[in-house]
Write a protein that binds this ligand. Structure first.
Ligand code: 5RP
Length: 224
């Protein structure tokens, strides 16, 4: 199985968890797009809550009815991708630029199912991926310097020589992490900085991680 096939396999498995009548958080990224397509193919009567404008557009094109997060108190399920997962099922998310809406939707869901290929597996967070941090544009260089003072190495995300803007109109600072971080402490320190909107550490949030491997889908569940 190549990576694309592994992603399709986990997307199909995740879509099979969706029952008629559910309200489902729809994640963002390549793997999440596959699950949106797989859900649409099942033609179930569900309501989706999109985690980005891109996902809302895709779901709309596929005929999935959408609700906004503010019209929904509780979602049955949220299915999303990730950039890294560790043995505790803690995650780094946000390379797709949607971490804030993803976190808001995931927090409102009874269950968060993460779908990844096995290249996302790490022994410690930050091993391969930078940690995305969403910051307000005003005074962003000061916020960047405060992040640096916490021991991370931030760089502004740019595309085509322009800063990338999130759906909320904010900037993203991709932060390289030191070898030995305490993710909970670092997450709290980053979140406490004025100018930071949120970060891509999703700690203790994933209930299930479905991992696409060459031999099939591996299901990991978080101990409670
Ligand atoms: C977007 C995300 C994505 O879930 C993450 O980047 C994984 O995307 P992909 O499936 O394309 O690798 O966090 O903000």
């Amino acid at each position: 199985m190549n990576v694309e096939e592994m992603r399709r396999a986990v997307a199909e498995r995740a879509a099979s968890l969706v029952d008629p009548g559910m309200t489902v958080g729809l994640g963002t990224g390549r793997t999440a797009a596959l699950v949106v397509r797989a859900i649409a193919a099942r033609t179930l009567a569900i309501t989706g809550v999109a985690t980005s404008e891109a996902t809302a557009k895709l779901a709309g094109e596929l005929g999935i009815p959408l609700a906004t997060l503010d019209t929904v108190r509780r979602l049955d399920l949220c299915i999303d991708g990730a950039d890294e997962f560790d043995p505790r099922l803690d995650l780094i998310k946000g390379l797709g630029g949607a971490l804030l809406r993803e976190k808001l939707v995931a927090q409102a869901a009874a269950r968060l199912v993460i779908i990844v290929d096995e290249e996302k597996r790490v022994t410690r967070l930050g091993e391969r991926s930078p940690l995305p941090v969403e910051v307000v544009p005003f005074g962003w260089t000061h916020t960047r310097d405060r992040l640096t003072a916490l021991g991370v190495i931030p760089s502004l995300r740019v595309r085509d020589n322009q800063p990338v803007l999130t759906d909320g109109g904010n900037l993203l600072l991709d932060c390289r992490l030191a070898l030995s971080i305490d993710a909970r402490l670092l997450g709290a320190e980053i979140k406490a900085l004025t100018g930071v909107v949120d970060h891509g550490l999703f700690l203790g949030m994933a209930d299930t991680v479905l991992v696409g491997t060459p031999s099939g889908v591996e299901e990991l569940r978080r101990d409670r």
